[in-house]
Design a protein around this ligand. Sequence first.
Ligand code: NDP
Length: 282
Amino acid sequence: MTISGTTRLAGVIGWPVTHSRSPLLHNHWCARHGVNGAYVPLPVRPGALATALAGLAAAGFEGVNVTIPHKEDAFGLVTRRTHVAQRAGAVNTIRFEPDGSMTGDCTDGTGFIADLRARGIEAVRRAMVLGAGGAARAIAAALLDAGGEVLIANRTAARAEALTRALCGGEAVRWHAWPARLEGCDLLVNATSLGLTGAEGSDGAGYWVQCLERAPSALAVADIVYNPLRTPLLAAAETRGLTTVDGLGMLIQQARAGFASWFGIWPEADAETRALLLVTPD
Ligand code: NDP
């Protein structure tokens, strides 16, 4: 890639940001689609987001992705938000507009739904969402907006209850009770950090096997954790013969809208893109 005076610039703001696969993904798409663009990691400390956004806009960047821990702060800093960002209570994709304003979007939930559809899961009637953090909120909002019923179970019950209030929808379920409430669900989503390499409680393969013992046979099981790709939950679901959806598809799908808004092309979410991320560890 040759960077010239006309190269369009974007990047990802996070702290830390070294683990992000977004530069790999976006620069792959630039090369694949012949876009004169570059996408860089932007380490920005907590508290410095407003300064960074103003500086990047002034320096001619097209826009940025925003990741941990800045998504909620970005929500408060943009000039306007999409309906989806408003529902999600977070912003992960910003476009710097020619008039100096900033438009904020949240593509996590829509990316999750797009990946389900790409895998042939067109409609979700009733979903059990595990977690009440940022990703769970975006996913629950997207599932509700797509017309489904949503049950939300979280280790800290008060956060699940607060989430149903914020979304004006969904039903909070006690954490220990979620396996017994799978009856009638067609989707289970793990949007907690359980299963993530190195996270607390990540070694509980037996836990998930037990939880899925009485799961309906038509249940699809999604895990948005993608490190490892085959999480203990997905392994347990496979053992039960259930349809599984890993977290890499959501990662790719949520990135597409930003690329399209900054570089003007809707990029491919194909096997080549997936293979690129599969062979490149964090
Ligand atoms: P948050 O920190 O906002 O939320 C973490 C959630 O995990 C909370 O609901 C928390 O419950 C729960 N949790 C943490 N530890 C445990 C445990 N031991 N037992 C039960 N529940 C637990 O994180 P995010 O919502 O931003 O991200 C969640 C996961 O999703 C991460 O692993 C992240 O890597 C992944 N992710 C994947 C994406 C993709 O594109 N595939 C995109 C975004 C995130 P409590 O409220 O009780 O603390």
